[in-house]
Design a protein around this ligand. Structure first.
Ligand SMILES: Cc1cc2nc3c(=O)[nH]c(=O)nc-3n(C[C@H](O)[C@H](O)[C@H](O)COP(=O)(O)OP(=O)(O)OC[C@H]3O[C@@H](n4cnc5c(N)ncnc54)[C@H](O)[C@@H]3O)c2cc1C
Length: 308
């Protein structure tokens, strides 16, 4: 049993920084993590993805713009295994840095799964099943987030991957569909595309990087290559109704109009010229009229936009 002023659960960027600050303020501090120091970001997120993006940048330059830069290669070979190994090395180096920071600030590190058993008690179960009890005056919960997997889908590491399997795998897929064009989806698409994988992005909102400024999406959409289905309104979290596979146009229209209702969206959006009221193409279509369905089709299926 150890007594602390502060115990932080989770040693990701939120947790280890909180622990350092608490220690700097004179608190006796411990950090608990069930897996690794540095959390998702340093181990399987921001850092290795940026290392892979650097590789992707070089690969893209050599493959697509070699002549322009003065490189001529008869037999260019790109080894993705080496890229992944390099990303692991970068990641390891930085996680070791977090260990150093913990020691420097005299923060105890407990590796194991934390469970809050009372308002001042945390039990930590390590990988060998041993349990340690930590007594503490304050608890900081910094346990991060998990990948949301659509219901009914099973991540098997082969056909269906989350970011975790994707960032660790050394082999490249021949083709891939990336669901979601947020930062992470676009990063993986860029990496794979640069290595010659056939990438298709599916995004339910009308533009790439829908949470960023519109100008950013516009710029990205100008780039060459992969297919991108925008504004599909496809909600993978909604279980597919029986018969969804049917190619019958009537059923399809019915289905589309239902989704239209669900995903209608309009509002004030910032544009290059200031604020403007916008209704996304599918936002005003709540009935199954052919006009609305066609409009939907124009938005959702008609544009195979080029990205990356
Ligand atoms: C591919 C990818 C690229 C990304 N790129 C960027 C980027 O460029 N820029 C950016 O800002 N963000 C990026 N992110 C997001 C970033 O990784 C997260 O925002 C960040 O890791 C969140 O930090 P956190 O400390 O809140 O949680 P996490 O990093 O998830 O850390 C939580 C920690 O808590 C531990 N934990 C959970 N439950 C328990 C428990 N019961 N007991 C003990 N420990 C527990 C976990 O093991 C984990 O180590 C990226 C993410 C991914 C997946």
């Amino acid at each position: 049993m150890s007594d602390y002023d502060v115990v932080v659960i989770g040693a990701g960027p939120a947790g280890y920084v909180a622990a350092i600050r608490a220690a700097q303020l004179g608190q006796k501090t411990a950090v608990v993590d069930k897996q690794w120091l540095g959390g998702v970001c340093l181990n399987v997120g921001c850092i290795p993805s940026k290392a892979l993006l650097r590789n992707a940048d070089v690969a893209h330059t050599l493959r697509e713009r070699g002549k322009e830069f003065g490189f001529t290669m008869e037999n260019l070979k790109l080894d993705f295994t080496v890229a992944v190994k390099r990303s692991r090395q970068v990641s390891d180096r930085l996680t070791k840095g977090v260990g150093f920071l913990m020691r420097k600030h005299k923060i105890d590190v407990h590796m194991g799964e934390a469970k809050i058993t009372a308002k001042d008690t945390i039990s930590v179960k390590d990988s060998e099943g041993r349990t340690t009890e930590l007594k503490t005056k304050n608890i900081v919960i910094a346990t991060g987030a998990n990948a949301a997997v659509p219901s009914g889908w099973k991540v098997d590491g082969e056909k269906i991957l989350t970011y975790l399997e994707a960032i660790l795998q050394e082999k490249l897929p021949k083709s891939v569909i990336v669901i979601g064009s947020g930062a992470i989806g676009v990063e993986f698409s860029t990496i794979w595309k640069s290595y010659g994988v056939d990438v298709t992005i599916v995004e339910m909102l009308p533009r790439l990087l829908p949470l960023e400024d519109e100008e950013v999406s516009t710029e990205l959409s100008k780039k060459k290559a992969s297919r991108c289905w925008l504004g599909t309104g496809w909600n993978p979290w909604r279980p597919r109704a029986k018969g969804c596979k049917s190619k019958s146009p009537r059923r399809r229209e019915k289905r589309l109009s239902k989704r239209t209702k669900h995903w209608s969206r309009s509002g004030w959006y910032r544009t290059a010229k200031g604020w403007a009221w916008k209704s996304w193409a599918y936002s005003c279509q709540s009935t199954a009229s052919s006009r609305s369905t066609n409009a939907w089709r124009r938005t959702s299926l008609g544009y195979g936009r080029s990205v990356m």
